[in-house]
Design a protein around this ligand. Structure first.
Ligand code: AMP
Ligand code: MG
Length: 348
């Protein structure tokens, strides 16, 4: 397949209008379009066309039992595809458009391919102006997972999308770097009126609790291990968002982490907090990658997936990174990192 790539320089330029018009036509005709959002790039198809969903799963190499998120241009449009309720309305009022996905009971017009046979469907209204304009121009909701090959780190820049999707999709709209850099927060509205957090993201648990005090975090978010399981539980089947080189998370204070990295064998890449970079400078064969200041979780989220890809490009034998805290935005980082590391956490 020939992929047409548009480099979007200005959101209001004539060329941008032409690119959106073409991409919207492609979507309506059943094709695939990669588009930027504020979280990560999305791999979109017409959500009402089952054949388009099948193409999305094929392009990503994604198992078709993993449902897709429907992207809408206006929070009110959710009513056409789901049975919304007052809790949805208040979530929409506080957080939409933005990085929040809400799972609710699906109406019959949502193809089972989109929801992977589940009775529910996930809905999100992205804040990125290009995403918003593309959905409006297409005139249909857009089903879109992250635009990476299944298992790889999510794409946060046009170059990541081209590396994974060139030749697999009809159009790529390259709108530059994603501002948030980790995928949307996903919540499910439960039958009892509470919220279940299924994936942490840019909207934090505290943000959500302010709107709905009855919120529970699903065990899988922190990878809580069942009794009898060991802390170190490697295994490719848990790997997701993953670089090619093995990634280990270091759980210890600065001193312990620095000492560990300095003694590690082989070609070593390190994702390091900015304050700690100077402490590693006397071992000059390390590949050092700055993840941002220790407290600056927004920058860490913005850089995480890009750094994992950058680290891989330098062919290290191993990658080390600090285990993130679970506070605020840290929970989203923690959730992605434990999967990227296949739960390989080294307690120092
Ligand atoms: P991605 O689009 O790659 O960010 O992945 C979408 C995520 O949303 C996946 O983790 C799905 O399992 C999840 N998801 C989508 N729809 C549903 C649903 N109806 N119920 C539970 N999870 C869902
Ligand atoms: Mg994904």
């Amino acid at each position: 397949m020939n992929t047409v790539t548009y480099q979007i320089e200005e959101i209001d330029a004539k060329e941008t209008d032409a690119a959106i018009t073409y991409a919207a036509d492609v979507l309506r005709c059943g094709g695939l379009v990669v588009f930027p959002t504020e979280t990560v790039y999305g791999l979109g198809g017409n959500a009402l066309d089952p054949a388009a969903s099948a193409k999305i799963y094929a392009a990503k190499g994604r198992p078709s039992d993993n449902p897709l998120i429907i992207h809408i241009a206006d929070p009110k449009d959710a009513e056409a595809y789901t049975y919304t309720d007052p809790l949805y309305d208040s979530l929409a009022e506080h957080f939409m458009p933005g990085p929040l996905t809400v799972i609710m009971e699906a109406r019959d017009n949502v193809p089972r391919e989109v929801r992977a046979g589940l009775p529910t469907v996930a809905v999100r209204c992205p804040a990125h102006p290009l995403a918003n304009r593309l959905i409006r121009a297409a005139g249909v909701p857009i089903a879109a997972p992250s635009a990476n090959l299944s298992g790889k780190p999510s794409p946060t820049e046009g170059r990541h999308v081209r590396a994974d999707m060139d030749g697999r999709v009809d159009v790529i709209l390259d709108g530059g770097a994603a501002s948030i850099g980790v995928e949307s927060t996903i919540v499910k509205i439960e039958k009892d009126g509470g919220l279940l957090l299924l994936r942490p993201g840019g909207i934090t648990v505290d943000d959500l609790r302010a709107v709905c005090p009855d919120i529970r975090v699903a065990d899988a978010v922190t990878g809580a291990l069942k009794e009898g399981q060991t802390v170190l539980s490697p295994g490719m089947k848990y790997r997701h968002y993953a670089p090619d080189a093995p990634l280990f998370l270091l759980d210890g204070d600065t001193e312990a982490r620095i000492a560990y990295v300095k003694n590690a064998k082989g070609r070593v890449a390190v994702l390091s907090y900015r304050e700690e970079l100077p402490l590693l400078s006397d071992r000059d064969d390390l590949i050092l990658l700055d993840v941002g200041g220790r407290q600056d979780t927004a920058t860490q989220a913005h850089r995480l997936f890009s750094l994992l890809r950058d680290a891989d490009a330098l062919s290290p034998d191993v990658i080390f990174a600090p285990l993130p805290s679970m506070e605020g935005m840290g929970l989203a980082l923690y959730n992605r990192m434990i999967r990227a590391a296949a739960h390989q956490i080294l307690k120092l």
